[in-house]
Ligand binder design. Structure first.
Ligand code: IVH
Length: 687
C-alpha cells in the first residue's frame, strides 16, 4: 500500500473500531465476532507501526500520526502485556479526603464554619454532587493527551494504573476541544471509577458460572479490576467513571466549580448527571433528602452526597486543614446496618466445591428486610475481621448484595466466643479440603459430594443450561435423598412412579416434569456444553466452543493445541476442559446423556458468517446503499479483504456508479465483476 492509502486506512480503521467498541462496551450488542475485531485491530497496529519511526510523515500528517492522534487511537485501549508490579506515581498536587457530616446539624455547622473563616455573613453558593462509592483515581493530561493515571494511594503517591485506565472507554485519551474551551497545557482530573449495579450482577453471575468466587460488592469488584497487573483482564470488566475534581493545572482558570464541571463535560469527560447548583445551605439539605430517596433507583451505588463551595476564589481562601478541604464536605447516608449476634458459623459447599463460611445470626431487620445469615466470604476475610461464633457484630446490606459482616463489636466479648476453624474434611461428604496456591477459597475435592452434586444438577437444569422447567431445588433435594438420581444423566432415566413417590408430586405434576425433560432433549450445543458445569466454562465460553466445534464429540476429543488456537480460550479454560473430559466419570455421564436421547443442535447461535474468508475485493465507483467504509466493514466482517488495486489475486471487483480504470483492468484480467445487487446477494448468502 502506498503512504496515502495506508493513512486513509488508519483513519478508517480507527473509526470502524471505535464503532465496534461502542457496540460492545456501551450497547452490549456486538455486531462482529471477537476474531474479526482482533483482525481489524491487528491491521491497525501493523499500519501504525509502519509509521512509528517515520518522523517526516508524523510531522506532515499530525492529524493522523501526531502524538495526540496516536495516543487516542483505539490501539491504546486493548490492554498491554502484564506488568510485574505497579510503579508508583507522585500526584502533582495531593489528593485530599473529605471530612464527614452525618446529620443536618453537621451540615449547618459546615456552613457556619465557612462564614466564620471568611469573616462574612454573606450567603455562600454551593455545588452538590452524589458521592460515588467507587475508587478514586487521578488522570494526568498534558497538551490534551492522557499521559498517566493512578490510584489515590496515601494521597501523595498512588499506583501507576495507566494501562488499566486506558481500557475504560469513558476516559478520554485525548481532550476534545471542538466545543470551545481549549484544554490546558497540563491538568490533573480526578474522578471515581465504579461498576454499575446491573453490570456487577452480570459480572458475578458469570464468575459463579465459571466457578470463580463472586465479588462481595461493586466497589470491591471495581478495586479488584483496577488492580490487575494484566490490563487485558481489566479491559473485560465493565468499569466506568464519573469525574468531579481537578488537581494541578496550568494554562486555564475557572471562576467556579460549576464552570469547571461544564468544561469537563464539553471536553468529553463523564460528569454525573445529578450534579446541581445550590444557592444556599437549605438547598443543599433538600438535595441530600432528595438523593436519599433517589439512591435506590440509581444504576450505581452512592453512599452520600458531597457539598462543595462553588466560587473558586472562596475555595482558595478557605484552603484545607488536616488533608481535607475546608470548602467541601461529604454527607453520608445513614448506613443500612444493624447489630446482632452470631449463633454459629456454618459452611456452604458450592457446585465447584468452594467452601463459603456463612454466619448464622439472631434474625434482625436491616433496611426493612429480615436477615439471619451473612456471608463471611472466605477464611482470609474471617481472619482479617477476627469474626468468632458468639460475637456481637455489625452487619450491613448494600443494594441487592448479600448481607455481610462489617465488623465485630469487640467490647461486647465475654471470652466465650469460639474462633473459626476451616474444617479439614468436607461437612457434606467427608472428603479432603484443599486450598490451591494463590486462591482465597478452600475446596472440597470429593467426587461424590452431595452438595456439589446438587449444585451441579441445579446448574444442569438451569435456564442457561438444559432449561428443564419445574425442576426446582426442593425436588432435586428429595430425588437425591431418595437416591433416585446421583448425576444429571439419571434425570432422563426416571420413571413416572419414581417421581410420583416424591412429596407433593401428583400424577399431573409427574407428567409435567417428564414432558419438560423430554422437551429439553434438543438443546442448542452451547447450552448443553454450559450445562455440563465445566469449571471456567460459563455461557460465553460455551458459545465460543459451540461456534468452533460442530458436535460435543468434537469438543470432547479436542486437543490442548486446538483449544489454545481459539480466540479467547486461554490456558486456564483449556486445561479445565481437558481435565473434565479426561475423567471417566464425566465421560460416562455424557455417554448416558447421549444414550438417553439428548441430541444437541449445532449452532442455534448464528455467529457471524465467514463465507468470504480469503476472498479479495476491490471497490470502484459509488455504491447507492453503502459507503465504501461500510462495504469494507461488511466484507471484512465476513472474512474477506479489500485492497485498493486490481491484480490477478483479486477475486471480485464491486462496481458502483462511475467506476474508474479498475473496472477495465478487471475486465482485461477476466476477474468477476459484481454490480451492487450481485454484491448484496453475495454478502447475504450464508455458509
Ligand atoms: S471531591 C478535595 N466529589 O470521596 C475533594 N469526592 O472522602 C476531593 N468521592 O477520595 C474529592 N464522589 O474518592 C469528590 N463527587 C465527589 C465524590 C468524591 C466520591 C470520593 C473520593 C474521595 C472521597 C473523599
Amino acid at each position: 500500500m502506498d503512504r496515502e492509502s495506508s493513512l486513509q486506512r488508519i483513519n478508517e480503521l480507527r473509526k470502524i473500531i471505535e464503532y465496534h467498541n461502542r457496540r460492545y462496551y456501551q450497547l452490549d450488542d456486538p455486531e462482529i465476532s471477537d476474531a474479526e475485531y482482533d483482525r481489524l485491530m491487528q491491521e491497525l497496529v501493523e499500519l501504525e507501526n509502519e509509521f512509528k519511526n517515520d518522523k517526516i510523515s508524523q510531522e506532515k500528517f499530525p492529524d493522523i500520526l501526531g502524538p495526540a492522534a496516536s495516543l487516542s487511537s483505539p490501539t491504546q485501549r486493548v490492554g498491554a502485556p502484564p506488568l510485574e508490579k505497579f510503579e508508583s506515581i507522585t500526584h502533582q498536587t495531593p489528593m485530599l479526603s473529605l471530612s464527614n457530616a452525618f446529620t443536618e446539624d453537621d451540615i449547618l455547622d459546615f456552613d457556619e464554619r465557612i462564614k466564620r473563616f471568611l469573616k462574612s455573613e454573606d450567603t455562600v453558593s454551593f455545588v452538590v454532587e452524589p458521592k460515588l462509592d467507587g475508587i478514586a483515581v487521578n488522570l494526568l493530561y498534558e497538551k490534551g493527551c492522557f499521559i498517566s493515571g493512578s490510584t489515590r494511594g496515601d494521597g501523595f503517591q498512588g499506583e501507576d494504573i495507566t494501562q488499566n485506565l486506558k481500557t475504560i472507554s469513558s476516559i478520554p485519551l485525548r481532550i476534545n476541544h471542538t466545543k470551545g474551551i481549549h484544554p490546558p497545557d497540563r491538568i490533573e482530573i480526578r474522578g471515581e471509577v465504579y461498576i454499575g449495579k446491573e453490570e456487577f450482577k452480570r459480572l458475578n453471575r458469570r464468575r459463579i458460572d465459571e466457578g470463580d468466587q463472586p465479588f462481595a460488592n461493586p466497589r470491591n469488584a471495581a478495586a479488584g479490576s483496577l488492580r490487575q497487573l494484566d490490563s487485558r483482564v481489566t479491559a473485560k470488566r465493565p468499569l466506568d467513571i464519573f469525574c468531579y475534581a481537578m488537581g494541578a493545572v496550568d494554562g486555564i482558570s475557572f471562576k467556579s466549580h460549576w464552570e469547571f464541571l461544564q468544561a469537563l463535560s464539553r471536553w468529553g469527560f463523564k460528569v454525573n448527571p445529578h450534579v446541581r447548583q445550590a444557592k444556599n445551605i437549605p438547598e443543599c439539605i433538600d438535595y441530600f433528602n432528595t438523593m436519599t430517596e433517589e439512591r435506590e433507583r440509581l444504576p450505581y451505588e452512592i453512599d452520600g452526597i458531597v457539598i462543595k463551595v462553588d466560587p473558586i476564589a472562596l475555595q482558595n481562601r478557605l484552603g484545607s486543614v488536616a488533608r481535607s478541604p475546608r470548602w467541601a464536605i461529604a454527607c453520608k447516608f445513614p448506613a443500612i446496618q444493624a447489630t446482632t449476634t452470631i449463633e454459629n458459623i456454618t459452611i456452604q459447599v458450592g457446585r465447584t466445591g468452594t467452601l463459603t463460611p456463612v454466619a448464622k445470626m439472631k434474625p434482625v431487620h436491616v433496611g426493612g428486610v429480615m436477615v439471619s445469615s451473612a456471608t463471611l466470604h472466605n477464611l482470609d476475610e474471617i481472619e482479617k475481621k477476627d469474626v468468632r461464633a458468639g460475637d456481637t457484630v455489625i452487619i450491613q446490606r448494600a443494594g441487592d448484595v448479600i448481607p455481610e459482616v462489617v465488623k465485630v463489636v469487640t467490647s461486647k466479648r465475654s471470652g466465650n466466643e469460639t474462633p473459626f476453624k476451616m474444617p479439614d474434611r468436607c461437612p457434606e461428604c467427608g472428603s479432603e479440603i484443599v486450598r490451591l496456591e494463590g486462591e482465597s477459597a478452600h475446596r472440597c475435592i470429593g467426587l461424590d459430594c452431595p452438595a456439589q452434586i446438587k449444585g451441579n444438577i441445579k446448574h444442569f437444569a438451569s435456564r442457561g443450561g438444559m432449561d428443564i422447567e419445574g425442576l426446582g431445588e426442593k425436588i432435586v433435594s428429595q430425588m437425591l435423598k431418595k437416591r433416585l438420581i446421583k448425576d444429571p444423566a439419571d434425570l432422563y432415566y426416571l420413571k413416572k412412579d419414581d417421581i410420583m413417590g416424591l412429596e407433593r408430586m401428583a400424577e399431573k405434576s409427574a407428567d409435567n416434569l417428564l414432558a419438560a425433560l423430554e422437551a429439553s432433549k434438543n438443546p442448542p450445543l452451547e447450552k448443553f456444553i454450559f450445562a455440563l458445569g465445566i469449571r471456567h466454562v460459563g455461557e460465553h465460553v460455551a458459545k465460543i466452543l459451540a461456534k468452533n466445534f460442530s458436535s460435543l464429540e468434537d469438543v470432547m476429543s479436542a486437543t490442548e493445541e486446538s483449544l489454545l488456537l481459539i480466540n479467547e480460550i486461554g490456558p486456564e479454560v483449556t486445561s479445565s476442559i481437558i481435565k473434565f473430559f479426561s475423567q471417566s466419570s464425566n465421560v460416562t455421564i455424557v455417554d448416558r446423556l447421549l444414550k438417553a436421547g439428548i441430541a444437541p443442535l449445532k449452532a442455534s447461535y448464528e455467529g457471524p458468517s465467514t463465507h468470504l474468508m480469503g476472498k479479495t475485493f476491490v471497490l470502484t465507483g459509488t455504491l447507492d446503499s453503502l459507503t465504501r467504509d461500510e462495504a469494507r466493514t461488511v466484507i471484512e466482517s465476513l472474512g474477506g479483504k479489500v485492497t485498493s488495486s486490481v491484480s490477478k489475486n483479486t477475486d471480485f471487483v464491486v462496481e458502483g456508479r462511475e467506476p474508474g480504470s479498475k473496472l477495465t483492468k478487471a475486465q482485461s484480467l477476466g476477474i468477476s465483476i459484481l454490480n451492487e445487487d450481485e454484491f448484496q446477494r453475495l454478502v447475504e448468502e450464508k455458509e
